[in-house]
Design a protein. Structure first.
Length: 193
């Protein structure tokens, strides 16, 4: 896997970043960097028998021009082969961005689309319990009313759930409370929203 977290760069930096991640030789002109990227991908796929997974995190921040360039970069032998897998990971606005008219041809080439839906109330509780288990916490730190308040405030959004619980834990620790209750979650509400 090749992980690229820097999504807000211009076109030439976008090319250079991808080329460097693929271990391509440093190039300066766009056309040279483009050839190096495609060459490196083909080298992995055809000679090393490795399919590169290129992951763009925070892809909702990618400039439209970079998305169009990505379409060109991944066009191999007039679209007869797919020697790499490209994953665009981002917030829900990414799908809206990709559906714009100027990106229609790119959107049509997407093989698989997946959107993480908000968690249900029960899934929210299970998610929190799982996170505590990963931290080796065996104590029940949140009351039932606390779980419900976390769910109501976060609307099941995992990133927000994490922030709510973290802020509630800090608040409760400062108050020397052993369990997070609904009123504690409501107290830190303004810090999260």
């Amino acid at each position: 896997p090749i992980y690229l977290p820097l999504a807000t760069v211009g076109v030439i930096d976008f090319y250079k970043q991808l080329n460097k991640a693929l271990n391509g030789e440093a190039r300066h002109r766009k056309s040279e960097v483009f050839r190096s990227i495609q060459s490196q991908i083909l080298e992995y796929a055809e000679h090393k028998n490795i399919i590169p997974f290129i992951i763009f995190d925070e892809a909702h921040l990618l400039k439209e021009q970079n998305i169009r360039e990505l379409q060109i970069i991944t066009n191999f032998r007039m679209d007869t082969i797919d020697p790499a897998v490209v994953i665009l990971s981002g917030q829900n606005v990414l799908m809206d961005k990709l559906q714009k008219r100027v990106l229609k041809s790119f959107y049509q080439r997407i093989t698989l689309r997946y959107r993480i839906l908000p968690l249900t109330k029960q899934e929210t509780k299970e998610y929190i319990l799982h996170q505590f288990k990963l931290c080796k916490s065996e104590n029940e730190i949140i009351t039932e009313s606390g779980y419900e308040a976390v769910y109501n405030l976060s609307r099941g959004n995992m990133r927000v759930i994490g922030e709510v619980v973290k802020k509630a834990l800090i608040y409760c620790a400062s108050q020397r409370k052993e369990k997070i209750e609904a009123e504690d979650v409501l107290t830190i509400k303004s810090e999260v929203l």
